[in-house]
Design a protein around this ligand. Sequence first.
Ligand SMILES: O=C(O)CCc1c2[nH]c(c1CC(=O)O)Cc1[nH]c(c(CC(=O)O)c1CCC(=O)O)Cc1[nH]c(c(CC(=O)O)c1CCC(=O)O)Cc1[nH]c(c(CCC(=O)O)c1CC(=O)O)C2
Ligand SMILES: C[S@@+](CC[C@H](N)C(=O)[O-])C[C@H]1O[C@@H](n2cnc3c(N)ncnc32)[C@H](O)[C@@H]1O
Length: 242
Amino acid sequence: MMVGKVILVGAGPGDAELITIKGLKAIKEADVIVYDDLISRELLNYAKKDAELIYVGKRKGRHSFKQEEINKILVEKAKEGKLVVRLKGGDPFVFGRGGEEILALKKHNIPYEVIPGITSAIAVPEVAGIPVTHRKVATSFTVVTGHEAEDKKEKQVDLSKLNADTIVILMGITNLENLVNELLQNPKRNENTPVAIIMEGTTENQRVIKGTLGDIVEKAKKENAKPPGVIVVGEVVNVLES
Ligand SMILES: O=C(O)CCc1c2[nH]c(c1CC(=O)O)Cc1[nH]c(c(CC(=O)O)c1CCC(=O)O)Cc1[nH]c(c(CC(=O)O)c1CCC(=O)O)Cc1[nH]c(c(CCC(=O)O)c1CC(=O)O)C2
Ligand SMILES: C[S@@+](CC[C@H](N)C(=O)[O-])C[C@H]1O[C@@H](n2cnc3c(N)ncnc32)[C@H](O)[C@@H]1O
């Protein structure tokens, strides 16, 4: 039997219209779509009538499928000669475990392709009016996870040492207090450092909370901040406020 192919497609940051033309074309041609949680369900309307749709999304603490199970689904469906689209939120290679999925496909000699998506790390602050860099205000930005996998031997991210002008934190909402305490140990930051939290960015449910390292934890509690959200730290947070 002819082996099929797997195409990793970035769905973009939330608004269905922020997917690429190439990504949408792949969705329209797919026999199988294996999709994540943080993708706009509107995109699934473009699938072929007889396409098989498989939900494998994860939310904090609620992983519907283990990564190994997802890898297995991709390999098996491709071995049936199918065109499989692996539809992931934002960009597949930004905290999307796209790299791991490719290694699994290579191990089984499954042909694959990657179609980039617009990452929430840049687009979600952007659409909320926050540029990650700005002349004379920020000439560097870094993107970090707000949670590290429990099975890691030692932490890889130390916010008290990060030197970038702008820090963008993904998967950090429910860990905010620890992240703020670590940031306050950073000589570059203090209680007045601006912070923004943007939840469900680029969608009609978008919510923004602005504050400083001194009061953002309080504000987030008061306004019941919930994932998914992007946390932005640095002077760019207010740079477009007139
Ligand atoms: O904002 C929050 O606090 C929760 C955010 C959040 C998390 N995972 C999540 C989200 C999105 C959401 O639920 O909105 C949901 C999540 N985490 C991740 C993915 C992508 C995927 O697995 O396909 C997804 C799924 C996104 C989707 O389905 O659209 C990936 C992930 N989880 C994690 C990491 C960081 C790492 O592995 O070091 C990474 C990146 C791995 C990489 O590609 O480098 C770790 C993580 N994320 C998270 C946690 C907290 C523990 C838990 O999940 O209960 C933990 C710790 C753990 O998994 O052991 C939180
Ligand atoms: C596992 S990461 C996946 C990131 C994705 N690959 C990307 O490039 O945007 C999930 C995190 O992305 C962020 N995120 C994704 N979509 C978002 C949105 N529409 N609004 C706010 N945050 C979002 C949140 O921090 C969420 O916890």
